[in-house]
Design a protein around this ligand. Structure first.
Ligand SMILES: C[S@@+](CC[C@H](N)C(=O)[O-])C[C@H]1O[C@@H](n2cnc3c(N)ncnc32)[C@H](O)[C@@H]1O
Length: 249
């Protein structure tokens, strides 16, 4: 019988990614920034995400992949010092415009790519109380993204990931039907990779209605909210093995 004990979920994400379309570049997100800006504002999704976040008054937050400031703006309105980061200059501009319209001048905006060296970009280890990434872990290397959030936050990190499988992500000529891993939704990789990092992620679900709701129920999008207390990480880990005392002999 096949065993799951040896699955390296970080590597499995990268391998599955090679059978999918590459994540979109910043120019793609620039183009979508006005549309995102128009649809931003407080929503049931934002409300639920923020209610799930156990924030102490005044805690600082990094919002990675902020888009039009979806979480950064309500967090700043609640008095939190916020760093709003995104690799799309268009999204950063949209977020800045929204903040200016609301008279908010306490958000620090920064152009940042998941893939770049965060320390060189001024985002240092344990430099914020909480690091969040809402619907934005659209990356080749999920393990690296989780490591970066994990390293940056002092108290908590939280992300949302899709709970559904979407064949749209697959390369047109890939054999999706034969690719059983293809049907594992993103959030399973997130939870399992975090567990293998030594974290114990908390899991909640946020249901949203996508687009107009003429076909009630059909447009339901369920997001997984995954939060964890940062864990100390060894600098180099490529091999995933269970702790010696748990090994099956
Ligand atoms: C679906 S939007 C989510 C925006 C916002 N966080 C929200 O929940 O409404 C994804 C965001 O991730 C950003 N993003 C995608 N890939 C990124 C990368 N490699 N580095 C930084 N940001 C990225 C996009 O520019 C976009 O703003």
């Amino acid at each position: 019988m096949q065993t799951l004990l040896g699955v390296d979920w970080r590597r499995a994400w990268i391998e599955r990614g090679q059978r999918r379309r590459a994540p979109s570049d910043s120019a793609y997100w620039d183009q979508r920034s006005q549309e995102f800006k128009e649809h931003s504002g407080i929503s049931k999704y934002t409300d639920t995400f923020l209610n799930l976040l156990p924030l102490e008054p005044g805690w600082s937050v990094l919002d990675m992949g902020t888009g039009p400031g979806t979480l950064a703006i309500p967090l700043a309105q609640r008095g939190h010092p916020v760093i709003a980061a995104d690799f799309s200059p268009g999204m950063i501009r949209a977020a800045q415009e929204r903040a200016a319209d609301l008279g908010l001048d306490t958000i620090q905006f920064t152009t940042l790519d998941w893939g770049e060296d965060w320390q060189a970009a001024g985002i240092h280890p344990k430099s914020v109380d909480v690091a969040v990434a809402s619907r934005s872990t659209i990356v080749v290397d999920l393990g690296d993204a989780l490591d970066k959030l994990n390293a940056t936050a002092r108290h908590l990190a939280a992300i949302t990931m899709v709970t559904e499988f979407s064949p749209r992500g697959f390369k047109p000529r890939g054999s999706v039907q034969d690719d059983t891993d293809a049907f594992i939704p993103d959030f399973i990789f997130g939870v399992n990779a975090l567990f293998q990092m030594g974290a114990y992620p908390a899991l909640h679900y946020i249901d949203t209605i996508h687009g107009n709701d003429d076909n009630a129920g059909k447009n339901l999008v369920r997001w997984a909210y995954i939060a964890w207390k940062p864990v100390e990480r060894p600098t180099e880990t490529t091999e995933v093995a269970p702790p010696a005392e748990n090994r099956v002999r």
